[in-house]
Structures are given as C-alpha cells and as structure tokens.
Design a protein around this ligand. Structure first.
Ligand SMILES: NC(=O)C1=CN([C@@H]2O[C@H](COP(=O)(O)OP(=O)(O)OC[C@H]3O[C@@H](n4cnc5c(N)ncnc54)[C@H](OP(=O)(O)O)[C@@H]3O)[C@@H](O)[C@H]2O)C=CC1
Ligand SMILES: O=C1O[C@H](COP(=O)(O)O)[C@@H](O)[C@H](O)[C@H]1O
Length: 496
C-alpha cells in the first residue's frame, strides 16, 4: 500500500476504557478520518470489562475529541463507527464472541477481513491475548492481521525475550508493530532526512568533525498518577531503553542502501550492537541517576517524588538519568553521545545538539572560553525545527566575529500542525509500514545495554533525592560532561 491508499480496516482496541485509548487513540483515529486518510469503510471495536453500551462508549469517544470546527453531526457520524464489547481478556468465551462480532462488522463495512489488534492494556496481558487471538481463530480472516503492542516491552532482556517468544508463537515478526511513539514524532523522522539529504551535514557526520552529540528529553510533569507503574520502571526503563536509544540509533546509523523498513532497521541494529557495554565498576564514570525532591515552579510548591504517593516513601527509583554512550565503530570512535532525561525538570523539551569540532586555528576567538563552536540543534518538541549556530562578521568596522543562528521552524514553513505521533503510527500500521516501529533485535540490544546499568545500580544505594523539582537534574550530570571538557548546551528556547 502506498501513503495515498485509504485502508479498509477494523481496529480492535483492547483496553478501550483506559487512559491511552482516550487521550491518544480515539483523537488520532478521528484525525485520520477527518483528513480522509482512512476509508469511510472502517470500524473500531472497543474492549474492556466494564459493562458499557455502544452509546456510552461513543459518548466517551466524543468527549476525547477536541475539535472546535466540527459539528455534532460530524462527530456523531464518526462515532457511529465505534462499537463496544464488554470483554474479559482472561475468558475464552470473550474471544469467541469477539470473533463473531468482527465477522458481522466486516460484512457491514466491507473491510475485507483486515484487522488491527491494538493492545492498550497492562503488559502482563500482551502474551496471553496474542495467543488467544491465534487459538480462537481471530487471525484467520480473509485479509491481513496486525498486532500493535504498547510499551513496556519487558522489564529487562530476559522478560522481554520471554514475552517476544510468547508473542512470536502467535504472530510473525512482520505482523508485530511494537510502538515507540518517539518514532512517530515529525522531527525524529526528520533526523534521517536532515542527515541523508544534505551533503553539508553528512560529509561532516563522523568523529573527524563532530566533538559530541547531546540528546535531552526533559519533562516538567512528575510521576502524576502512574506511581504503580513508574516506581517499578524508573527513567531508564521508561525513557532510555526505548526513546533515547532510538534517537541515538537514528543519529548514528549508516545511510541505509534503500529507504525500506528492513534496510533502515538493519542499520539501526548495527548501532545498537556497537554500543559500548559497560562493566559494573565503570557505570559511575558513564551514568548518573537522580530523583527529584520538592521545589517550586512558576511560584507553585511541588512535592518530592517520595511524597507523591504513600507507596513511594523511601523509593530508590530514578526519575532522572544522564549518561555518556560510546559507539565503538569506525564512524563514531571517540565521540561521546550524552543523553539526559528526567521528570520535574525546568522545562518540557526534547532537543538534539550536535557540536562540531573547532577549526585548527581560530583567528577570531583566541580565548578558548569565548569560542562559539558550530552547533546543529534539532528541535524535536515543543517547537519543531532546526537551528544552525555559525559565526559571522559583526556589522561595522573591524573584523570582529559574532555568533549567529539560522533557524527553520517546521510550522512556520509548512503552515500546518504536524500530526500527533500516534496518528502517524496508526496510519503506518494500516498501510503495513513497520519502519517506525521497533524490530525485536533493536529491543533486545537496547535491553542488553540498559540491563548492565540497572544491575549495577540495583546493588548500590542511591543518595536520593538529589535534584530539586524545577532544576535541570543533579550536579553530577554536569560533571559528567565537564570531565570530558564539554558542557550541556542550554535547551531553553531563548538561549538556543
Ligand atoms: N496512558 C499512557 O499515556 C501510556 C500508556 N502506555 C501503555 O498502554 C497500556 C495501557 O495504558 P493505560 O491506558 O494508561 O492503562 P489504564 O489502566 O488506563 O487502562 C487499562 C485498560 O485495560 C482494561 N482491562 C484491565 N483488565 C482487563 C481484562 N482482564 N480484560 C479486559 N480489559 C481489561 C481496563 O478496563 P476495565 O477496567 O473496564 O476492564 C482499561 O480499559 C499500558 O501497557 C501502558 O504501559 C504507554 C505509553 C503511554
Ligand atoms: O513513553 C513515555 O513518554 C512520555 C514522554 O513523552 P512525550 O511525547 O511527552 O515526550 C513520558 O512522560 C512517559 O513517562 C513515558 O512512559
């Protein structure tokens, strides 16, 4: 299928009364519908245990949609495609009933037997549901069947491997779409284009010209109401194993021989294979963990992590991670990739800064501290675009250099709101394009890398809390770069 095709499909959402379905999935399906990216012949089946009717379900879908321009009739016509089925994932009868409901809807909407099974439920259900879908014949429709799996995909390499084996008994790798929503972000997808469509950058994209690369994904929000999940996970599993390492892989991979799913994934896998594996005794030189204490932001007093819920008192879970990642291959030998991510930081921002090496002799900046290295800043969110930091002559007399910036902002140029990540990924899945989903090999190498860090940390006490809410993390994260002669580039917009 190509990007202009309008897939006919029944989307089955397991966990349709949950938070993800309401906040991300229904609005994304609405945008696809409104932008005519899916055929008018589609249906959505929502599954969960509570005894809702179709009307209650449709009312919930309606409330999840925020569109000031749509009339009630428009929205009602959209929600009329939604069907609710009260369903217990542990009951055989539920799967049998679901099979017959799907058959009926396929007749009504003529969706040619194409089915997406979206598992928006707790991860312990992923394997059992995949297996029941196979054993109750739900995969045996006339069209294609695809399984979309939410995060977390395992808790460590061992459990991820077990989960993968369980799912692979029911679905082939080509039918499995493991979601990493960062791969649906416009500017994350733009990394490849910026690199591989510009000679200016790609010729310099190696250890001869780049001194270091910094990837920051900071959040203002705290743990919110996800303490149960988060305290078992922490920032390393929640953000580093997936989103951060995926961005590193896109920044570091070789150009694929073709822009196909297999070729791109295979280049990313090579990067993840080349990550320097850390020994327990080296972790302290490469990684820093943190947990937020109380603090103030915008004049508001905020709790520390351990005060956010009763169960969190005394927690050893990290809400912040900074690390130095070395990629031991020909292109990147000696270039640190610094990453940092955390909750309750000063600003919500995801940004990549590529710092280029200085020229052999700088005639304009003789003092080391006054130099302005060339930077390529890729703004992933909230603003989207790129900024190139250069030096140019200061207007007026004399030969004085000053730093200048060339900026491109996505929205200003394209005049559109970029689609939400989930919208793009759902659309890709309908089209059968798995490029922006993670292959098992990527998941496995990422787990192997973070397992070493987590194992080392699990055997030592963390001195938490160690950064105030509203800051940029613990001081140790600054020292991580200082000892290599670098510093974090500011990520706040005005200081870019
Ligand atoms: N929320 C988010 O922002 C994000 C979530 N995710 C992932 O998405 C998945 C879902 O998360 P989220 O929506 O927040 O979770 P919620 O707890 O909000 O929703 C869970 C859903 O599962 C249903 N459910 C639970 N047990 C059963 C059962 N035995 N049979 C059928 N349905 C059941 C619940 O409905 P009922 O009680 O009616 O049965 C509910 O609809 C998780 O894997 C999470 O890690 C990933 C990224 C972000
Ligand atoms: O996957 C997750 O990502 C969000 C951050 O996503 P973003 O798109 O807002 O940057 C994070 O809050 C959450 O803890 C994590 O599970």
């Amino acid at each position: 299928m190509n990007i202009h095709d309008k897939p006919k499909v029944v989307i089955v959402i397991f966990g349709a009364t949950g938070d993800l379905a309401k906040r991300k999935l229904f609005p994304s399906i609405y945008r696809l519908y409104q932008n005519e990216k899916i055929s008018k012949e589609f249906a959505v089946v929502g599954l969960a245990r509570r005894p809702w009717t179709n009307d209650v379900f449709r009312e919930n879908v309606k409330h999840s949609i925020d569109d000031a321009h749509a009339t009630d009739d428009d929205i009602d016509s959209f929600t009329s495609h939604f069907y609710y089925h009260s369903f217990d994932a542990t009951s055989d009868a539920s799967f049998q009933e679901l099979n017959s409901l799907l058959g009926d809807l396929e007749n009504t909407y003529q969706t040619e037997g194409n089915r997406i099974f979206y598992l928006a439920m707790a991860p312990e259900y992923f394997g059992p549901i995949a297996n029941s879908l196979k054993s109750f014949g739900l995969k045996n429709s006339a069209g294609w069947s695809r399984l979309v799996i939410e995060k977390p995909f395992g808790h460590d390499l061992k459990s991820a491997n077990e989960l993968n084996n369980e799912i692979r008994e029911a679905f082939d790798e080509e039918q499995i779409y493991r979601i990493d929503h960062y791969l649906g972000k416009e500017m994350v997808q733009n990394i490849e284009v910026i690199r591989f469509a510009n000679g200016l950058f790609e010729h310099l994209w190696n250890n001869r010209f780049i001194s270091n690369i910094q990837v920051t994904s900071s959040e203002v929000l705290g743990v919110e109401d996800r303490a149960r999940y988060y305290d078992h996970s922490g920032a390393t599993r929640d953000m580093v194993q997936n989103h951060m390492l995926q961005m590193v892989a896109l920044l570091a991979m070789e150009p694929p021989i073709k822009l196909t799913t297999d070729e791109i994934r295979s280049e990313k896998v090579k990067v993840l294979r080349a990550l320097r594996q850390l020994n327990t005794e080296d972790i302290g030189d490469y990684f820093v963990r943190g947990q937020y204490s109380d603090g103030t932001m915008d004049g508001k007093q905020l709790n520390g992590y351990q005060q956010e819920a009763d169960t969190l008192a005394g927690s050893n879970t990290e809400t912040f991670v900074a690390g130095k990642i070395m990629i031991d291959n020909y292109r990147w030998a000696g270039v640190p990739f610094y990453i940092r991510t955390g909750k309750r930081m000063a600003v919500k921002s995801t940004k990549i800064v590529v710092e280029f090496k200085d020229i052999p002799m700088n005639l304009y900046y003789t003092e080391e501290s006054k130099k302005h290295p060339n930077l390529l800043v890729i703004n992933i969110q909230p603003e989207e675009g790129i900024t190139l930091h250069l030096n140019a002559k200061k207007a007026g007399a004399g030969s004085v250099a000053q730093p200048i910036q060339l900026a491109y902002t996505n929205k200003e140029v394209d005049g559109i709101n970029t689609p939400e990540a989930y919208e793009k990924l759902l659309h890709d899945c309908m089209l059968g394009d798995a490029t922006n989903f993670t292959h098992w090999d990527e998941v496995a190498y990422s787990w192997a890398f973070v397992d070493a860090i987590l194992n080392a940390w699990s055997s030592t006490k963390a001195y938490f809390p160690n950064y105030p809410s509203g800051s940029m993390g613990p001081e140790a994260a600054d020292r991580l770069l200082e000892k290599d002669g670098f510093h974090w580039w500011p990520i706040i917009k005005n200081n870019e």
